[in-house]
Design a protein around this ligand. Sequence first.
Ligand SMILES: Cc1cc2nc3c(=O)[nH]c(=O)nc-3n(C[C@H](O)[C@H](O)[C@H](O)COP(=O)(O)O)c2cc1C
Length: 210
Amino acid sequence: MVEDMRVDYRDGGRIEIPDKNKPLQVLLNWIEEARRNELIEANAMCISTIGKNGYPKSRMVLIKHINNFEIGFFTNLDSDKANEINEDGRVSGVIFWPKLERQVRITGRAVLINRDAVLKYHLSRPRSSQIAAYTSSQSRPLESLEHLLKEFEETENRFQNKDIPLPKHWGGYVINIESIEYWSGRPSRLHERVKLELIDKRWFERRLYP
Ligand SMILES: Cc1cc2nc3c(=O)[nH]c(=O)nc-3n(C[C@H](O)[C@H](O)[C@H](O)COP(=O)(O)O)c2cc1C
């Protein structure tokens, strides 16, 4: 069955890097285009960390911050991914928008986001998300779904008519990127790939065979 599955890419658009010293500029434009196309989770990225047993470990997160050199996301600071990043900040990420025929891959080093930025984001979230973040012991074994719902209700009742405080165990990471590769689908599998890489504090750009 899977051997017969095939997509003929047509045109993900030419890749032009306006300024290699602003390596995330094209990513920002592509996310914006994905949003305009009403693609679901246009800012979702699969991020891989180095697991304690040496195996890479991957999972989706939502990108919530981008500037020229940084990509940020929020998470539970006691989660597996947080523990792994605290041991070794080297991460890689990939984003794919099938409808746009585009992929972006990054590598970099993740560090904790400062608490002011975390608080600002926490305050901007819907109350139910704040309660879920407060309640969840992300990545730890859960007795049952009922148990989670009970804990959610307990948090809800505890803070009735009060703000949900920023949980100590909740925060985020920024990835200081060291490489980024843009991929765009083209006919006959002649896809475009352009890679920007930081070498000795300077950004280099080169095209790669598909
Ligand atoms: C589309 C999507 C977006 C997600 N975004 C986040 C996120 O921003 N932060 C987060 O902690 N988990 C997010 N998750 C859940 C993670 O993929 C993962 O299940 C969770 O963070 C636990 O991962 P860990 O045990 O490796 O730490 C998302 C899942 C999906 C499917």
